[in-house]
Ligand binder design. Structure first.
Ligand code: MRU
Length: 370
C-alpha cells in the first residue's frame, strides 16, 4: 500500500465540475494500481492510496478504506484488472482460472452489498466472452469494462438524483443515515444526490444527519460532503432521531441501501430499520435510493440477505482516546439491518420511482444482466 500526493488525482475520470466532487476510485496513470481516497481518515485527512497487491486490495474493502455499495463494486472491478495484469498464465484457461480465483477472493471481503458480487461476476463474464484473444488484449478490455461500470454508475446516480428531487420542496426537513453520497458511489451519490441537486437548483432544505454508530459514516462523511458542497446540516446522535421527528422537524428520511430483495425489503446500514419504524410512527415519509444494480432478484425477501458481522473493537475502542468498555465485554456488531418493505414509502432507482406493491414495481427495474 503506497500513500500518494493528492495532486495526482487529476488523471482519472476527467475534470469534475462541482467543488464537492471526489475521485474515490481510479486507475493510476500506468494502469498498474488502483488509487482510492482513504475514507477511514476523513474528514481530518485527505490521503490517496495506491494499491496493487491482492491482499491490500482485499483489505481496503474489509477495512472500509473504500466503502458504500456501488463504490465497492466499482473498486472490485478495477482491482480485478490490476490483479489480472499480474497473472503469469501461459494460456487463456490458466488466465481465466486466475481471474475467477481473484473474483472469489475479493467477493469474500464483505457479504451484504450485492453490488460487490454483481460487478465481480460481470468482469468474469466479460473475460469468458473473450476466449481466443491474446491475454494482453483481454486485460485492456477488462480495464475498459471496469471504467464502463463506473461511467454507468455516474449516470445512474444522476438519474436517481433527478427522480429524488421531485420528492423535495423548499424548506423540507430531511434526515439521512450513514453515507450514500459521492464517496459511496460516483459523483452525486444516491440518497444524497437529490440534496446536492436541490442545492444547485436553489432549493433550501433542513438536513439532519444521523452520526451512524459505530463507524460514524454520517458524522465523518455525510456532513463532510454536505459542508464541502456549502449545504448547512445538523448532526444528531442516532438516539436523537425520535425527538427530532416528534418535534416536526423531519418531512422525509432519505437513505441508501446495499441490497433490495424482490419483495422490497431493504438491507442498509444498521439503524435504518429503526428509523423506518420511527418514521411510520410519526407519519414521516421513508424513501430508499439505489441504482438498479442494487436490486437482487436472487433474494426473495430480506431473510435471504446475509448480514455482515464486524469486530467488537469498532464499538469499544475506535474513535475514542481510550477504550469505552471493559475489554472482556461481549459485543454484537451487525453492520446492516433489514427494513421491512411495509415501512418504505418508495424506492427510488435510476429507472424510476417504485411504489408498493414492490413485487410488481421492482420487476420492471431488474438490472439488465439478470
Ligand atoms: O458499511 P458501509 O459504510 O459500506 O455502508 C454503507 C451504506 O449502508 C450505504 O447506505 C449503502 O452502501 C448505499 S451507498 C449509496
Amino acid at each position: 500500500m503506497v500513500d500518494i500526493d493528492t495532486d495526482q488525482q487529476v488523471d482519472g475520470i476527467g475534470a469534475l465540475p462541482q467543488k464537492w466532487s471526489v475521485e474515490n476510485v481510479r486507475f493510476s496513470a500506468d494502469g498498474a494500481s488502483v488509487v482510492i481516497l482513504d475514507q477511514t481518515l476523513l474528514p481530518g485527512e485527505t490521503k490517496y492510496l495506491k494499491l496493487n497487491k491482492a491482499q491490500d486490495l482485499h483489505e481496503a474493502i474489509v477495512d472500509m478504506r473504500v466503502r458504500g455499495a456501488p463504490a465497492i463494486g466499482i473498486f472490485a472491478a478495477f482491482a480485478m484488472c490490476v490483479i489480472a495484469g499480474q497473472s503469469k498464465a501461459k494460456d487463456y484457461i490458466e488466465f481465466k482460472a486466475d481471474v475467477m480465483k481473484c473474483g472469489d477472493y475479493l467477493n469474500s471481503a464483505r457479504p451484504t452489498a450485492v453490488n460487490l458480487s454483481r460487478q465481480i461476476r460481470r468482469m468474469e463474464k466479460h473475460v469468458a466472452s473473450m476466449e481466443g484473444l491474446p491475454i494482453y488484449r483481454i486485460i485492456e478490455s477488462m480495464r475498459c469494462e471496469a471504467e464502463e461500470i463506473q461511467r454507468e454508475d455516474i449516470e445512474m446516480c444522476l438519474a436517481i438524483s433527478k427522480y429524488g428531487l421531485t420528492l423535495l420542496h423548499s424548506g423540507d426537513g430531511v434526515l439521512t443515515q450513514c453515507n450514500a453520497g459521492p464517496l459511496a458511489t460516483s459523483l452525486y451519490g444516491t440518497a444524497l444526490g437529490p440534496i446536492l441537486l436541490a442545492r444547485e437548483r436553489g432549493v433550501d432544505l433542513n438536513v439532519f444527519c444521523c452520526e451512524t454508530r459505530p463507524l460514524l459514516q454520517g458524522a465523518r462523511l455525510t456532513t463532510y460532503e454536505l459542508d464541502t458542497a456549502g449545504i448547512g446540516c445538523t448532526l444528531i446522535c442516532d438516539n436523537m432521531a425520535s425527538i427530532v421527528m416528534s418535534e416536526g422537524k423531519i418531512d422525509a428520511v432519505f437513505t441508501g441501501c446495499d441490497r433490495v430483495a424482490r419483495n422490497g425489503d431493504v438491507a442498509n446500514k444498521v439503524g435504518t430499520s429503526g428509523l423506518a419504524i420511527l418514521a411510520k410512527h410519526y407519519g414521516v415519509k421513508f424513501y430508499v435510493f439505489c441504482p438498479s444494480s442494487t436490486i437482487d432478484p436472487g433474494s426473495a425477501t430480506g431473510d435471504n440477505i446475509e448480514i455482515e458481522q464486524r469486530e467488537p473493537e469498532e464499538i469499544k475502542e475506535m474513535f475514542f482516546k481510550s477504550p469505552i468498555a471493559p475489554s472482556r465485554v461481549k459485543c454484537y456488531n451487525p453492520a446492516f439491518d433489514v427494513t421491512d418493505n411495509r415501512l418504505i414509502t418508495a424506492i427510488i432507482t435510476d429507472k424510476g420511482i417504485c411504489e408498493p406493491p414492490y413485487y410488481e414495481s421492482l420487476t420492471k427495474f431488474w438490472h439488465p444482466s439478470e
